[in-house]
Design a protein around this ligand. Structure first.
Ligand code: UDP
Length: 311
């Protein structure tokens, strides 16, 4: 039986990764400081003999007794509302946290996977974004705590790969949504669904013509799993290439919830990317992966989850 450490394992994506890997027969150690995640996301795993939770901040030295086969470094707040509230913690988890997790992987001779982000492309001047695009990031803007620490995280991951010959993977995660997102997380999908379910105004920033491409969480974690088992050491985009404007997203959520909400427009946050869409040719070819869940199907499932939460 192989053992996996998942940092950020109580988060939105991390907790789904715990479920998938337990299901595939791995022993899972979940590490989280619960700063933006929730113990409720892993409550159903209480008592599972192959699962262990450790409350720990990965920006501090990480000590694990067991042998590890994989270290998945998923820990990081990732919502633009967190960029304002906790920019120093975000800067630290992508830099110091990645360094600690790499050190652990080296010590344990484990495969290391770093959760990077489409934010490394910044406000992209190329659409869709292939892995070969270097990005257009404001190094001192309000998003830079996230973007630049993730870019540094990629750099130090490659440095450990080149210098210490660690088997490392880098997944560039594009906008992902689904069950276990926080209702108050501030991101477009949970915000719009929460507003629609309460018949409150839907808050579209800017004119709503900026685009995103939304990947349902089950597709994302399947892609991460395939990458974790692959022999690819260069970054791979995982996301859904179907691109929608934010206004279209708001309208779709109003339609699917049958809400009476009206759309209201307010100022676009600084450095908000105008377009975002993954080029997934590499994941298709090298991982034989592509998303299966369309936006409407994924939104329906997510809306059901938020309805249950409100009961
Ligand atoms: N957005 C919006 N209203 C909200 C939340 C987000 O119009 O209440 C917009 C945001 O400005 C961005 C897009 O939706 O253009 C996606 O934002 P999100 O925070 O979900 O993620 P991002 O892709 O920006 O990291």
């Amino acid at each position: 039986m192989q053992t996996v450490l998942i940092t950020g394992g109580a988060g939105f994506i991390g907790s789904h990764m715990c479920d998938l890997l337990l299901d595939k027969g791995y022993k899972v150690i979940c590490m989280d400081n619960l700063i933006t995640s929730s113990a409720l996301n892993i409550k159903h795993l209480d008592g599972n003999k192959n699962f262990r939770f450790i409350e720990h901040d990965v920006t501090k030295h990480i000590d694990i007794e067991e042998d590890l086969d994989f270290v998945l470094h998923l820990a990081s707040p990732a919502s633009p509302v967190d960029f304002d509230k906790i920019p120093i913690q975000i800067s630290k988890v992508g830099s110091l946290g990645t360094h600690n997790a790499l050190g652990l992987a080296k010590h344990k001779k484990a495969v290391f996977l770093f959760a990077s982000t489409s934010e490394v492309y910044g406000d992209p001047l190329v659409n869709p974004q292939p892995e070969t695009y270097f990005g257009n990031v404001n190094p001192v803007g309000v998003r830079s705590c996230y973007d630049e620490s993730k870019r540094f995280g990629e750099a130090i991951t490659m440095a450990y790969h080149r210098k210490h010959k660690i088997d490392t993977k880098i997944v560039r995660i594009f906008n992902t949504y689904g069950e276990r997102m926080r209702a108050d997380d501030g991101r477009a999908v949970p915000t719009f669904i929460s507003q629609a379910l309460k018949n409150e105004p839907i808050t579209v920033f800017g004119d709503g013509r900026q685009t995103r491409s939304f990947c349902y969480v089950s597709d994302l974690i399947e892609g991460i799993y395939k990458l974790m088992l692959s022999d690819i050491n260069e970054p791979v985009n995982i996301g859904n290439p179907d691109e929608y404007s934010i206004l279209e997203l708001a309208e779709k959520i109003i339609e699917l919830t049958g809400s009476k909400s009206k759309i209201i427009f307010s100022e676009l946050p600084a450095d908000d990317p105008k377009v975002r869409r993954p080029d997934i040719a590499k994941a298709k070819k090298e991982l034989d992966w592509e998303p299966k869940v369309g936006l409407e199907e994924g939104l329906r499932k997510t809306i059901e989850y938020f309805k249950e939460l409100e009961k």
